[in-house]
Design a protein around this ligand. Structure first.
Ligand code: PLP
Length: 430
């Protein structure tokens, strides 16, 4: 028998990764390249800081620090970026004490925040363990949970984010069923989330943490606060992080993992994510990261440190906010214009982020196999993300009549045209 005749069987982890929605979605993007994309979660190419990164790179390379910038970094990442980020975080929280109270050891830089989501999941879950997630939630993270063999359990979520009472009730149910010991994490995208553009309200932030604390008596439950869209804020109240409420307690009682990223606010290509870990997770996450890469891209970290330190980053973010606000408004205006006479269609008005979440009448499915998706991609030439991807796939009550519409990539005319095409597809099937 030759080597080519023998069967290769991928390991179970690779097998579990093969069925993920993100892969299928990207494939759809390639197959429907002639469509206007309201699907891609990419940032706006027009606002990427090309000139600023060019100048910063030139400065970094001409300075004596050039050589060390091109050297390996360390597992937790560049000290200078972690330090400037600590100050910046204090600014975001409007809390100057933060700066002194947060130990640098707790800050870790990763390859995008996606790596942090994976490392934390690897550190927390054995197969069969449980993660409670908002419904809907970031579908790529559902894939990560699948990959590590964790069960995602949806928690009722409305326009004010995950409901603390529903979280409490779900934990009570799991406790009654003797499953509480399997609950390791609650996952919440706290600002202008992916997919629905929803933020957890000011009132719910401390309450979610209280519920997590309440059920952490016999074993620790963590709350992963994914704040990927925190800085893409256009209007409405500026909210403190859930993490900020966790600071009032002593070091042994830390529950919140705060995950942020420079992808949405600066450049996803640089792949710089930054997180603050509870004390108990530092060692397991660092151990796993050591095995994986013993430090993320040192060069990118230095670029981000430099623009954050000089103030250029803040100026960039404020320009970005203006630009995305205009695009958000363009999408909402187009939705008003083209959908208001379609019965049973509604959508949310986000205060930030990149997405508008639209709900169609109950009897109109939006999935890849639906008449709507086929009509939209083949006839009207527009693509969206089917909402059902954003719920655990084994949840039989998951809504099938929703869509995530992104205003990230297209310009205002493209957004308007995309929504007009989508309305035409919806009218044809409704
Ligand atoms: C909610 C959320 N979290 C995390 C990420 C990961 O982003 P990155 O790895 O670029 O930081 C994304 C990317 O779209 C996201 O939408």
């Amino acid at each position: 028998m030759s080597a080519t005749d023998t069967q290769f069987q991928p390991a179970s982890m690779a097998d579990r990764a093969s069925a993920q929605a993100i892969g299928y979605l990207m494939q759809q993007g390639i197959e429907n390249a002639d469509c206007l994309s309201l699907a891609a979660g990419f940032v706006d190419p027009e606002t990427l800081p090309v000139e600023l990164v060019r100048q910063t790179t030139a400065e970094l390379m001409s300075a004596s620090a050039g050589k060390s910038t091109l050297q390996y970094g360390t597992t937790p990442g560049s000290d200078s970026l972690r330090e400037v980020f600590r100050n910046y975080l204090a600014e975001l929280e409007g809390d100057s004490n933060h700066r002194t109270s947060l130990s640098l050891d707790r800050i870790v830089l990763t390859t995008g925040s996606q790596q942090l989501l994976l490392l934390v999941s690897q550190a927390l879950f054995n197969p069969g363990d449980i993660c409670l997630v908002a419904a809907p939630t970031y579908f790529v993270y559902l894939g990560v949970l699948d990959g590590v063999g964790a069960n995602a359990i949806p928690v009722t979520t409305d326009e004010n984010g995950m409901c603390p009472d529903a979280l409490d009730a779900e934990l009570q149910r799991l406790s009654d069923e003797g499953q509480l010991h399997r609950v390791k994490l609650v996952y919440v995208v706290s600002y202008h989330d992916n997919p629905a553009g929803i933020s957890v309200s000011a009132e719910r932030r401390p309450r979610l943490l209280d519920v997590v604390r309440k059920w952490s008596d016999s074993q620790h439950v963590f709350l992963l606060e994914d704040a990927a869209y925190r800085e893409l804020h256009y209007d409405g109240p500026v909210l403190p992080s859930i993490f900020s409420y966790d600071q009032q307690h002593d070091d042994d009682r830390q529950h919140v993992i705060l995950s942020q990223t420079f992808s949405k606010s600066f450049s996803p290509g640089l792949r710089v994510g930054v997180s603050v870990l509870p004390q108990q997770l530092i060692k397991p996450v660092f151990d796993l990261k050591c095995n994986e890469d013993f430090g993320s891209g040192h060069f990118s970290q230095n670029v981000v440190a430099s623009v954050l330190q000089s103030g250029a980053y803040r100026q960039h973010v404020s320009r970005l906010q203006q630009s995305y606000k205009g695009k958000r408004d363009a999408m909402l205006a187009a939705a008003d214009q083209f959908f208001s006479d379609v019965p049973g269609v509604s959508w949310l008005h986000p205060n930030g982020g990149l997405y508008v979440w639209m709900t169609l009448p109950d009897h109109v499915p939006t999935g890849f196999d639906s008449d709507l998706f086929k009509r939209a991609t083949h006839t009207d030439k527009v693509m969206y993300v089917p909402g059902e991807l954003c719920y655990p796939s084994d949840w039989n009550q998951r809504p099938r009549n929703q869509m995530r519409l992104s205003y990230g990539v297209l310009d205002n005319d493209g957004i308007r045209e995309g929504i007009q095409r989508l309305a035409s597809a919806v009218r044809a099937v409704v």
